[in-house]
Design a protein around this ligand. Structure first.
Ligand SMILES: C[S@@+](CC[C@H](N)C(=O)[O-])C[C@H]1O[C@@H](n2cnc3c(N)ncnc32)[C@H](O)[C@@H]1O
Length: 215
């Protein structure tokens, strides 16, 4: 469910109708995600997918990191801007669903440039010696603060970072929230805004995307 969809279904339809079309492979992947998975709403979806594609094409990254592959929809959107000699590493811990992203990555133009790993992202961030130009974080919200702290070490100068779901269905406006994930996201948005090493803004698309630019 998108933020605009909740506010106004007509506006959501208007936004979708005035947006570039997704590639056919992505249309199929979106369809199969809704047929085969129990939580299809986790997919980035049409409009956000086009946002990720445009950002990646503007940035032209050599190294991309995605935390939270799910069925691979956002991965393939991000890959649209990846340099020819680039590599996109995408991480997930759900072994049962891995057959789906694997199938679609293999069928895409980016098969040789996608490094799909079944690995806990916290463990990966502690171990990697690489640096990334574009990072998309879309996994367990309880760990968002840890992801923010740990990615700082692995960003290239001028790197872009995107955190998904930072409006948390509007719950970020709650005072003294009881839900741990709401507390974490509120804290994350505050920490990012106060960090002098980043320029940032929240795009109110879908459930909110926090866009960070490393100075
Ligand atoms: C919202 S979905 C990702 C959606 C995907 N980025 C897309 O746009 O289609 C979140 C995913 O994060 C994965 N995940 C949760 N905790 C994780 C962790 N610690 N490390 C890596 N992946 C994790 C889940 O298994 C789930 O598939």
């Amino acid at each position: 469910m998108s933020f605009f969809e909740e506010l106004s279904p007509e506006m959501d339809r208007y936004l979708e109708n005035n947006c570039s079309q997704e590639p056919e492979l992505l249309r199929k992947l979106r369809r199969e995600t809704f047929q085969k998975t129990t939580q299809p709403h986790m997919i980035s979806g049409y409009q956000q997918g086009r946002l990720l594609s445009v950002i990646s094409k503007l940035k032209q990254p050599k190294r991309i990191l995605e935390i939270g592959t799910f069925t691979g929809y956002a991965t393939l959107c991000l890959a649209e801007g990846l340099m020819q000699d680039g590599l996109l590493t995408t991480l997930d811990i759900n072994e049962e669903l891995a057959y789906l992203p694997k199938k679609y990555f293999a069928a895409s133009d980016y098969a040789a440039r996608i490094d799909f790993r079944l690995q806990n992202a916290l463990e990966f961030l502690d171990q990697t010696q690489e640096v990334f130009d574009l990072v998309f974080i879309d996994a367990d919200k309880e760990n968002y603060l840890q992801y923010f702290e740990k990615i700082k070490r692995v960003l290239s100068p001028g790197a872009m970072v995107l955190f998904d779901n930072v409006l948390w269905y509007g719950k970020v406006l709650e005072e003294n929230p009881k839900q741990k994930s709401t507390q974490v996201i509120q804290e994350l948005n505050k920490k990012i805004t106060e960090d002098p090493d980043f320029e940032n803004l929240i795009l109110p698309l879908r459930d909110g995307v926090h866009l960070l630019l490393k100075k």
